[in-house]
Design a protein around this ligand. Structure first.
Ligand code: TTP
Ligand code: MG
Length: 405
């Protein structure tokens, strides 16, 4: 079951100012400029919001509604720095991180329950670190998809945490006004109101054909979102990437040598992709799904970025051995991924000579494989798989390797 976390910092620009200057805390504060200037409110503290202030409001109006408010010019470089630190904290929790704006991001927390006890606890830890290290309040929503997670975070503000249990998405959304739904702007809202549709529940109950006739393909999306269905992946921004491959076995297995050989094979594919892109990775993640569908991921951060098949496999194998010690459940799926990518070459001169030898060896292997195909070279440890890949007629299925950007 997917668990998506949405995090949005509260009154971001104002909170950064309040973290730096304790005298501003607990007071109505506006970032945007002096009230005698033209311009609008960029961010208003929650104390100022009780007087009706909000982003986008002309500064003069804000000052009339709340004369005691403190108006600050603000400094974008401070907010950019805070934003970078915020994203760095989030990246420690999951390699699947999608920053949406300076103060907002999604994390894919699927499979992390066992590490933190629950997704709820993981979200608490995220909030705590942001509070402790940056002095900023954050609101967090947890759900099976992005739309519901984002709305949950909004409703929990300020300093909130709201989880929508799997299966409750539709009933959670039903009473909310349609304007809460991402994608519903002023125009869509007007048309829907004209049709007598005011809540997301009423929207979800509209027939798909009626929605399509009014909004075309967008109508279908509206219908899905209103019903709490949203399969969109958490996508790391282009540039900061991760690469992963995974395989579901046709028959669940406890055969250690098969698991290790499969891991080796997948690790080699990941390594080849990594080198092809000219990247090295610091983070190696093992993924296992057991026969009962429990999914776990285990992560290890290397002291130095690497791109050799050996480093990827050795790390993956250590994680695998640790995870499987005392484990009785058969394994349904195994996967390995790398993240925290850096440009190769940056660190090359720091590598010791044995690492350099591995580098060279891997490059030779890549050249041969590029010319003659991936299976032209079988390393010792993948030999047990010789009969398995790429054929699929012997009980084992090689699923399309997932390559996440
Ligand atoms: P938001 O997250 O929309 O607003 P916020 O963080 O101030 O308040 P909250 O999330 O608690 O409702 O935007 C983040 C920052 O982006 C905000 O602090 C200032 C900036 N911003 C503008 O400069 N202009 C705007 O119109 C909006 C909406 C935000
Ligand atoms: Mg915010």
């Amino acid at each position: 079951m997917r668990r998506i976390i949405h995090i949005d910092l509260d009154a971001f620009f104002v909170s950064v100012e309040q973290a730096l200057n304790p005298q501003l805390r607990g007071k109505p504060v506006v970032v945007g400029g002096r009230p005698d200037r033209r311009g609008v409110v960029a961010s208003a503290s929650y104390e100022a919001r009780t007087s009706g202030l909000h982003a986008g409001m002309p500064l003069a109006t804000a000052s009339r509604l709340c004369p005691e408010a403190i108006f600050i010019e603000g400094s974008f470089s401070r907010y950019r720095d805070a934003s970078r630190k915020f994203m760095t904290i989030l990246a420690d929790f999951s390699p699947d991180l999608e920053p949406v704006s300076l103060d907002e991001a999604y994390l894919d927390a699927t499979g992390f329950e066992s590490i933190y006890g629950s997704t709820h606890q993981m979200a608490e830890n995220v909030k705590q670190r942001i509070k402790n290290e940056l002095g900023l309040p954050a609101s967090v929503g947890i759900a099976s998809g992005k739309v519901v997670a984002k709305i949950a975070a909004e409703l929990s503000k300020p300093d909130g945490l709201l989880e929508v249990a799997a299966g409750d998405e539709r009933s959670f959304l039903a009473p909310l006004p349609i304007a809460r739904l991402p994608g519903v702007g002023k125009k869509t809202e007007r048309i829907l109101n004209g049709l007598g549709i005011n809540t997301i529940g009423e929207l979800a109950n509209m027939s798909l054909s009626a929605l399509k006739s009014h909004f075309g393909a967008f109508g279908e999306l509206l219908h899905r979102y209103a019903s709490g269905i949203d399969d969109r992946e958490v996508e790391p921004p282009t540039g900061a990437k991760s690469i992963s491959r995974e395989t579901t076995f046709g028959n669940d297995t406890q055969d250690r040598s098969l698991l290790e050989a499969t891991l080796r094979y997948l690790g080699e594919r990941v390594g080849a992709d990594l080198r092809q892109r000219g990247n090295q990775a610091r983070c190696i993640t093992l993924k296992l799904r057991y026969a009962d569908f429990t999914t776990i991921t285990r992560r290890h951060t290397l002291s130095q970025a690497a791109d050799s098949d050996q480093s990827i496999f050795d790390t993956g194998l250590k994680l695998l051995k640790k995870e499987l010690s005392g484990e009785k459940r058969p394994v349904r799926l195994i996967g390995i991924g790398v993240s925290s990518l850096v440009e190769a070459g940056r660190q090359l001169d720091m590598l010791d000579s044995s690492a350099q030898r591995l580098e060279r060896l891997n490059r030779v292997i890549d050249r041969i494989r590029n010319k003659y195909g991936f299976s032209a070279i079988q390393t010792g440890r993948t030999l047990p798989l010789k009969d398995i890949f790429p054929t699929t007629d012997n009980g084992y299925t090689l699923h399309t390797p997932s390559l996440s950007r």
